[in-house]
Ligand binder design. Structure first.
Ligand SMILES: Nc1ncnc2c1ncn2[C@@H]1O[C@H](COP(=O)(O)OP(=O)(O)O)[C@@H](O)[C@H]1O
Ligand SMILES: [Mg+2]
Length: 232
């Protein structure tokens, strides 16, 4: 069963087609990675999925329903979570208080359990604003995950994370696999190859290739366009 489908999704800006006729299916429980060079249209595409960016044409279907006319908040209510949209952290609150807000539940136990998933439980009573940058990103992810979304969209979640934090991130995402469906935009190819069940490669707004990590690694078009000079 598919959780998300885009049908011919297109976004044109003046003189530029950022996303062109993208039809993508994300299956239930999978980690689906979206990769491609800078400017390929990845953020624009997930912006249209989340309802932040209005498509020029095409449709977004979520759990069998055409959600194209719905605003972002209505999509969130239906179970979409987008890291930059809903999980801004409150710097003057403790980590535990941030989690209680994300959970809409004043349960310290649940808050600690959610923090524990990203290795931050021992910092529960620190102020979020005092965390290092990488830890703030992990807190954001913990807040997104705590809401048990049906679809979690992560746009370059490991950007700015140290190697040890990337390892924690990988562990977290693996622990979610099967329950939460994840659409992951990621530059770090090690992370992509370790986590993804399926990969879609975008180039200049269009789908260049789609398949398993092995398919993508051995695809000559992808090697030519992207993998040969990936930034990872
Ligand atoms: N609001 C906007 N107005 C005009 N052009 C935009 C806007 N947002 C993105 N673009 C352009 O659309 C293209 C795709 O951008 P983006 O989706 O951010 O790519 P990616 O996330 O893959 O790096 C780029 O050429 C970018 O400059
Ligand atoms: Mg982007």
């Amino acid at each position: 069963m598919s959780v998300l489908q885009t049908k011919g999704l297109t976004k044109q800006y003046a003189g530029l087609t950022a996303v062109s006729e993208v039809s993508l299916t994300v299956e239930q429980g999978q980690i689906h990675a979206l990769i491609g060079p800078n400017g390929a249209g990845k953020s624009t595409l997930v912006g249209m999925v989340a309802g932040r960016t209005e498509p020029t044409s095409g449709e977004v279907w979520f759990e069998g329903e055409n959600v194209t006319p719905l605003p972002a908040h209505a999509r969130i209510r239906r179970g979409m979570a987008y890291t930059f949209q809903i999980t801004a952290i409150y710097e003057r609150l403790t980590l535990a208080a941030n989690l209680e807000l994300a959970l809409r539940d004043r349960s310290r136990e649940k808050a600690i359990a959610a923090l524990d998933r990203v290795g931050l439980a021992d910092r529960a009573d620190q102020l979020a604003g005092d965390l290092a940058y990488g830890h703030q990103r992990l807190l954001e992810i913990a807040m997104g995950v705590a809401q048990s979304p049906k679809l979690l969209i992560l746009d370059e979640p490991t950007q700015g994370l140290a190697e040890s934090e990337i390892a924690e991130f990988n562990t977290l995402i693996k622990s979610l696999a099967g329950d939460t469906t994840i659409l992951l935009i990621e530059h770090n190819m090690n992370v992509v190859m370790e986590l993804a069940d399926r990969i879609t490669v975008l180039e200049t707004g269009s789908v260049l290739a789609e398949g398993s990590p092995d398919d993508i690694k051995s695809n000559p078009d992808v090697q030519e366009a992207y993998l040969g000079h990936a930034e990872a």
